[in-house]
Ligand binder design. Sequence first.
Ligand code: ING
Length: 304
Amino acid sequence: MARCLSIAVCQTGPIQRAAPRAETVGRLVHLLERAAAAGAELAVFPEMALTTFFPRWRMDDQAEIDAFFETAMPGPHTQSLYDAAAKLKIGFALGYSELVYEDGVRHGFNTMDLVGPDGAFIGRYRKMHVPGASDVQEGVTTHLERRYFEPGNLGFPVFDYRGVKVGMAICNDRRWPETYRMLCLNGAEVALIGYNTPLRLDEAPALAHLRMFHNHLPMQAGAYQNTLWVAAAAKAGLEDGQALIGGSCIIAPTGEIAAQAMSLDDEVIVHRADLDLIGVCRKVNFDFDLYRRPDQYRRIAGMA
Ligand code: ING
């Protein structure tokens, strides 16, 4: 009997700045209900799935900035999503902006939490590759994540979800090979990814036509080269005047796209991931213990 996990990607359409949290969480609950009805055992939501992608703006007022962050998860606005998970017996990974005080010092992280089918917290990931800048730059798509978020300090942890090893990554992380390699070396079988990716790229118009190609390419390569299932959820559509790409997908360890979203709106795609396919792919090429020689690479490169 094959070892499987039915995974849902819950893509959202735009979440406008004016949308009350409760309304947004209501949309997420509805998506989770659709995922459960389709037989999914685990769902992934986008990056920053509770608010608009506010790093597109330069803000100075701390109270204005903090309004986009969560100080507790679940909190008063998100408890209904955790309750729905327990009722529907389906866990989820949710991207949000985390505000935490450690030793009296304020820290902002771009975070994703993994929640079990009982609605209980399982584990946390904080985005490692924080892109963009800390202030507006002429001729560059304004993307000020480095103004609001620190790089993550949790590494690439892997958690047990119903006997399956699950890790997480957020948006720009998906472009870096280290993300998938670290998750794989930490034992991951499934990588849950959320992203908010603008369509426009003012700083590199020559690459503008490649936005979707550069979305799927690194995830397909990462899945293939590290024998991972990848489930990636976009926040898509025209959000506060900025077009965000869709292209949510579920990718097999073969690198094939097993399912892909068709819209730029709230949409659920589901695939019954055959986890035994990981072993097949490892046997063909990626048996790390047998074929991968980091010690040798380093010695040859004079890095040993
Ligand atoms: N978004 C982008 C991404 O890597 C970005 C970062 C923005 C890259 C604009 C280039 C131009 O998909 C996030 N949220 O990381």
